[in-house]
Design a protein around this ligand. Structure first.
Ligand SMILES: *[C@@H]1O[C@H](CO)[C@@H](O)[C@H](O)[C@H]1NC(C)=O
Ligand SMILES: *[C@@H]1O[C@H](CO)[C@@H](O)[C@H](O)[C@H]1NC(C)=O
Length: 195
């Protein structure tokens, strides 16, 4: 029953479907662009604001006992994105050896918020390897030490009522200069955030 008319209707229909699909792709693209422009996600900003070492004791058998304290400033510069920190783990490292690790209380960070984390880490008879004991003794004599602070956090983003999936954020604060004796001035050390 094919007439010349229905013969030419086929390609028209295909063209129509193709145009609808193309239009949908463009609309989705515009929606993504607008969402991105509105939210304009910015990197979270971290720095170490204060640090202290207490009860530092390096035994003759190259074991370390010591308490480390760090005040870490977490800044969320976003205007519409807030952050759930479901777990936060702070480690202190020296020359690639981890000296102590501890968790920080989970928290929720609203937009444009500054939160200070107080990490208290305790090294208890930690066996030291390689050059670490020798170098630690030298640093002790010099009066200050360069430590690395590593933070691993499981986070979720929140925009309005929408919540993202879990993501792991890694924060590296290298060469944090800590004095063995209490000092008033501490050079704020910026951290590198890896997400
Ligand atoms: C350091 O630790 C050793 C071994 O545990 C102990 O004998 C010594 O008294 C400690 N020194 C200080 C200053 O606490
Ligand atoms: C950031 O959020 C914490 C916890 O909700 C709150 O205690 C603190 O006052 C806030 N700080 C700023 C600067 O908004």
């Amino acid at each position: 029953m094919a007439t010349p008319n229905s013969q030419s209707a086929r390609p028209n229909l295909l063209r129509y479907i193709a145009m609808v699909i193309l239009a949908l792709i463009i609309l989705v693209g515009i929606a993504v662009l607008i969402t991105w422009l509105v939210l304009r996600p910015k990197r979270l900003v971290y720095s170490v604001e204060d640090a202290a070492i207490h009860n530092f004791n390096l035994t003759d058998a190259d074991h370390l006992n010591s308490n480390f304290y760090f005040t870490i400033r977490a800044y969320n510069p976003n205007r519409r994105v807030s952050v759930y920190y479901d777990s936060v783990e702070v480690s202190v490292r020296y020359e690639d050896q981890t000296l102590a690790t501890n968790a920080v209380q989970p928290f929720f960070q609203g937009h444009k918020n500054v939160t200070r984390l107080h990490a208290s880490l305790s090294a208890q008879t930690v066996a030291l390897f390689g050059n670490v004991p020798k170098d630690l003794k030298l640093e002790r004599t010099s009066g200050d030490i360069e430590l690395d602070v590593w933070i691993k956090a499981r986070i979720r983003f929140k925009v309005g009522k929408w919540k993202s999936k879990h993501r792991t954020m890694k924060i590296f604060c290298s060469n944090v200069l800590v004095k063995f004796s209490r000092s008033k001035s501490f050079p704020r050390t910026p951290c590198h955030v890896d997400l």
